[in-house]
Design a protein around this ligand. Structure first.
Ligand code: NIG
Ligand code: ZN
Length: 395
């Protein structure tokens, strides 16, 4: 069945080939637009069949009139840690009065997550994904990393795999307390038996490469884990340069990681490496908001030619927000990015960081995963900060 959607005051396609669109800011923006979506057969994915001006729209089986709203590709949240139990709000409150973040609280969440049964975790994950969908997010990457035993990491990935195909093995999140006297044995486990068990449930491998944290991993430990992950067929992602200057960014580029995330502290050499490589820099401004830290310099990265994505990093420690619109508003207000750059970072560039071409764009053949705003223009995302104007468009 084909469905015609009209009443689109402004359609953001992120498709550079769309005729008649405004491409000046890389949005492929069409005013007074229409789209036709549908599934080829029952149970097939709903895809975009046609995109163009409303006055040239074809016939369809069914029609929806949005009455003058902006439509965008659904937001792609390419970095989250949704598989967790427990509460760390007191840690947040302490940070607001000056306690620094160092990753030590991850062990608190690890305890609570190991203790929770499958059904509890499934309910928590489902509620968080639903919260994201209500705010316009249609794809979410989910990491393990609060299990840190073979069984608990596999369980986290299995549960994440029930709600997304973008699953990431993060056994290399921190060294768990029971391995603190013996780091190298834990690194070998993460790159060995734990990886073997996790790989069938994961598309990606990630590591928290942060020598500034006593809990996270050095450049050489991260290299060992990532190299093993790549040999096991997983794509690479890296948590890098969150707390201080460190080796994470250059390691990610050198190993051809799809994304290096945080990028808060960057030297000129880090910037040059990113500009010369294909690794997306994924910025997570909710973390700086929630840890009272300096924001990454989005303007500097974009001006250097780096591909910049935005994600929530939704997790119980550094940012318990699921809101992509908030991340876009922070990028505009605090990181020197234009509203158009923020929208691209939350859609098409985030999709690139997940090696996906079927999401993050509105064009013929792409998945019909769309966001709609209770507003006439994408400019309202940062303009109406904190107001729930973004939703997933159900077609
Ligand atoms: N930095 C490492 N991991 C998460 C925080 C996890 C936690 O504190 O529970 C992050 O991306 O910020
Ligand atoms: Zn993270």
């Amino acid at each position: 069945m084909a469905i015609l959607v009209t009443g689109i005051s402004e359609l953001i396609t992120c498709d550079p080939t769309l005729e008649g669109a405004d491409h000046s800011e890389g949005l492929g923006l069409l005013r007074d637009a229409a789209i036709v979506v549908g599934a080829q057969y029952e149970d097939a994915p709903t895809t975009v069949h046609w995109v163009g001006p409303a006055n040239r729209a074809p016939e369809a089986d069914w029609a929806i009139d949005l009455g003058g709203k902006a439509v965008l590709p659904g937001f792609v949240d390419s970095h989250s840690h949704l598989v967790f139990a427990g509460d760390r709000s007191a840690e947040f409150a302490a940070r607001m009065t000056g306690t620094p973040y160092d990753g030590g609280g991850i062990a608190t969440t690890m305890e609570a997550t190991r203790t929770a049964d499958d059904s509890t975790l499934r309910t928590l994950i489902g509620a968080r994904v639903e919260e994201m969908r209500r705010q316009g997010t249609t794809t979410v990457e989910i990491k393990s990393g609060y299990g840190l035993t073979v069984e608990d990491e596999v369980r986290a990935l299995r549960l994440a795999g029930e709600v997304t195909e973008e699953t990431t093995y993060l056994g290399g999140h921190v060294v768990p307390p029971e391995h603190r006297g013996d780091r190298s044995a834990y690194v070998d486990l993460v790159a060995g038996d734990m990886l073997t068990a996790a790989a069938p449930h994961a598309k990606w491998i990630d590591v928290f490469c942060e020598p500034a944290s006593p809990h996270a991993f050095t450049g050489e430990e991260a290299r060992h884990i990532l190299t093993a992950g790549r040999a096991a067929g997983l794509g690479l992602r890296v948590h890098g340069n969150q707390l201080d200057h460190g080796p994470g960014v250059q390691l990610a580029v050198e190993l051809g990681a799809a994304s290096v995330d945080h990028c808060t502290f960057l030297s000129d050499e880090d910037l040059a490496a990113l500009a010369d490589g294909d690794t997306v820099a994924t910025l997570l401004p909710g973390v700086e908001f929630s840890t009272r830290s300096p924001y990454p310099d989005g303007r500097r990265l974009i001006d250097a030619g780096v591909q910049v994505a935005l994600a929530t990093d939704c997790n119980p420690g550094t940012c318990y927000s699921s809101s992509m619109p908030l991340m876009m508003a922070l990028a505009v207000r605090e990181m020197g990015m234009t509203p158009a750059e923020a929208v691209r970072a939350a859609t098409v560039v985030a999709a690139t960081s997940l090696a996906r071409e079927d999401i993050g764009v509105v064009r013929h053949g792409a998945l019909a995963e769309l966001a709609v705003l209770d507003a006439p223009s994408y400019l309202h995302i940062p303009y109406r900060v904190g107001v729930p104007i973004a939703h997933t468009l159900q077609v």
